[in-house]
Design a protein. Structure first.
Length: 548
């Protein structure tokens, strides 16, 4: 279900009303059911994978901490997983539902059940794994503590990365291996998998992995409430595109009763409103211009590439930060705070600052669970560690060599800037006027470098990267223009957003608008609403980060 769809506000209103009526335990159960409806709206089969990850990490977390699972702690996840495998992976709902309208549909029961053994394969496999896990439980629980903790941490990481690898990276690595080996005369017999990428799988995989890792490092206590843990994994506002929440932050908010306040709710509504403005009025309005250059086979020119890449930088920012704003706003309506994922990233003066402002939940995850374990800033290893972290961070974004190249580029920028600071470090204090000019130049230069990175990110192929790069350096200042113009909402919305963010930057507060007189706030809300209504005539675009 998309935040910018017609169904979502209906879904949200009914969920919110029921939430306000129910007691605490009922609220958590409601949010879990709502999260499954929200995620299963794309494809109910996706729910089986998220339940599988939930079950594995719940059991691994308790085994890492205590080495014991009560009968109930084994029975509930087992039954839950069996039901999920039947409902979401075995039964053929897409064949059996005859009329999939919101209020009226019927089921052809003869088409619902598989008629071959292969159709029941997932259920049979799950039953076998549950039986095997229960048989192995006693021997594993008797392992020495260190061996037991390490074993179940490995199980959690292997299972999560295995699921992610099969669905997201298997075909990529198979195709890459064939393209390398075939020219060398090596015969390959790899077969590709005919599977679709589950929405948001990279986000919830990293979120659940951090849970077991933190327990292993004695930084978090495992929860023994399976349904609450299932809600932590699948909490719908941030499920498919983040922010990637830490269990140490989100789980306590799920396990404890929430108190709703007018201030929190009003801020939440504004974040939803402003996030929809970013998405509908800006990102979707300028997408056509970007696509007219990056999705064309016709001749393009220097100014086309410069403008399309600059516009894409705005598009991906508004699209992704807009999603985060909506997610945070919706979560606030339920009394749950999510972390701040974007903090005016295009005001950064260097790559280190950029990654402290852009996709903060991912950059801090990579820092804590990859960069520091690799050695972090220890002398002699820092450049290697930076490159490994950013290349893998690039691959996290997508199964494509352009994402690997983008990660390598980002790692190179971090290394170059770090080396520059080391070589040219100076304690000279510049006059304020010179310091301001220097900051402006540094910000502008780094924004240009960031935009070239977005070219690598957006490009459809290596050939397009090479062609566009050649044009940028050999066809300089060719002002021939063939890019499509943004829609009217984009032409009005983009400058308004730029002014808004400059004011926020200089005020150093995301809630600066609250200090405005009521008349000025009314004008601001009116402008945002008017431009967003204009943007509703655009073709709705899926959020860019859903593919990751």
């Amino acid at each position: 279900m998309l935040f910018n769809s017609i169904e979502f506000p209906i879904f949200l209103i009914f969920t919110y009303i029921a939430y306000r009526i129910l007691p605490f335990r009922g609220q958590n159960l409601l949010l879990l059911i709502a999260s499954y409806i929200f995620y299963g709206w794309w494809d109910e089969r996706f729910l089986f994978l998220i339940v599988l990850s939930t079950t594995i990490d719940f059991c691994c977390g308790l085994m890492i901490e205590t080495g014991r699972l009560s009968l109930l702690e084994r029975l509930v996840p087992s039954v839950y997983l069996i039901l999920a495998s039947i409902l979401f992976a075995t039964l053929r709902w897409e064949n059996a539902i005859l009329n999939n309208s919101f209020l009226d549909f019927s089921i052809n029961w003869s088409e619902l059940f598989p008629d071959t053994l292969s159709g029941w394969a997932i259920l049979i496999t799950i039953l076998a794994l549950i039986l095997l896990a229960n048989l192995a439980y006693l021997p594993l629980s008797r392992l020495p503590q260190n061996k037991r903790k390490k074993f179940f941490l490995i199980v959690s990481i292997f299972a999560n990365l295995g699921i992610l690898g099969i669905f997201k990276y298997y075909n990529f690595f198979v195709d890459s291996a064939e393209s390398i080996l075939d020219p060398l005369g090596v015969q390959t017999s790899f077969s590709s998998l005919n599977i679709i990428l589950p929405v948001g799988i990279s986000f919830y995989t990293f979120q659940t992995m951090s849970y077991t890792i933190d327990i292993y490092k004695n930084q978090l206590k495992a929860t023994n409430n399976f349904l609450d843990f299932a809600l932590f994994v699948s909490f719908f506002p941030q499920l498919v595109a983040g922010p990637i929440e830490r269990a140490s932050e989100l789980l306590p908010r799920i396990l404890s009763p929430r108190k709703l306040s007018f201030k929190q709710s009003s801020r939440g509504l504004y974040l939803i409103f402003f996030g929809l403005f970013k998405k509908i009025a800006v990102a979707d309005s300028i997408a056509k211009s970007v696509n007219s250059i990056y999705e064309t086979s016709r001749q393009v020119y220097w100014l086309d590439i410069v403008l399309a890449t600059f516009i894409f930088a705005i598009q991906i920012y508004c699209d992704f930060s807009g999603y985060t704003d909506i997610a945070r706003g919706v979560s606030k309506l339920f009394g749950i705070e999510l972390m701040h994922n974007f903090n005016l990233p295009y005001f950064s003066k260097n790559p280190s600052e950029f990654w402290q402002r852009w996709h903060i939940s991912l950059s801090t995850w990579l820092r804590d669970y990859l960069y520091i374990p690799l050695g972090g800033n220890r002398k002699g290893n820092v450049y290697r560690n930076l490159m490994i972290t950013m290349v893998l961070g690039g691959l996290w974004h997508g199964a494509g060599w352009n994402f690997v190249l983008w990660g390598f580029y980002q790692g190179s920028l971090l290394c170059i800037y770090r080396l520059r600071n080391k070589v040219f470090s100076s304690k000279t204090v510049l006059p304020k006027s010179w310091s301001t000019v220097n900051s402006l130049i540094a910000t502008l230069v780094f924004f240009i470098l960031t935009c070239y990175g977005w070219l690598l990110f957006r490009a459809n192929s290596f050939e397009q990267i090479i062609t566009f790069t050649q044009i940028l350096f050999t066809d300089t200042a060719n002002f021939t223009l063939s890019i499509d113009k943004p829609t009217l909402a984009g032409l009005f919305g983009l400058p308004l957003l730029i002014i808004y963010e400059f004011v926020e930057y200089f005020n150093k507060s995301a809630t600066f608008y609250l200090s405005f007189p009521a008349v000025i706030r009314g004008i601001l809300y009116g402008l945002l609403t008017t431009i967003m209504i204009m943007g509703m005539s655009n073709e709705p675009e899926q959020f860019i980060y859903f593919q990751f």
